[in-house]
Design a protein around this ligand. Sequence first.
Ligand code: UDP
Ligand code: MG
Length: 139
Amino acid sequence: MATNRTFTMLKPDSVEKGNVGAILEKISASGFRIVAMKMTQMTKTDAEEFYAVHNERPFFGELVQYMTRGPIVAAILEKDNAVEDFRTLIGATNPADAAEGTIRKLYAESMGENAVHGSDSDENAEIEGAFHFSGREMF
Ligand code: UDP
Ligand code: MG
């Protein structure tokens, strides 16, 4: 069911810097349809659960601090091959390694503060979308 959908967050640095409009424009221009979207702020518990796969990593505490320090924009996006195409659009985790023209190359500061999230599999897109949205918030 989720093969044509992915999940994204425009992270707190994107909101703080006023980059939400530009990033959404790029997402739309790249052929993604916005299925669900909201501005919200994750609690510590939310972030710890969302990033649980990383909870043994040395950067986990900083990651939770970063992701909870201000509002994010969460969205579900639809396009053929959504997960893979969106990962290509955002670029490498470390913006220093991200390809020219990618969202992280254009808008990210560092490996830690890297502007956007993109799901890494269809299964995680489904789980992450459901973490933030109920069925009747999806259009
Ligand atoms: N992260 C970090 N240091 C690292 C690796 C990751 O601060 O060495 C943060 C970064 O914000 C990244 C998030 O943890 O986006 C999740 O890491 P992942 O490896 O899943 O990267 P992504 O899938 O976001 O590219
Ligand atoms: Mg990841």
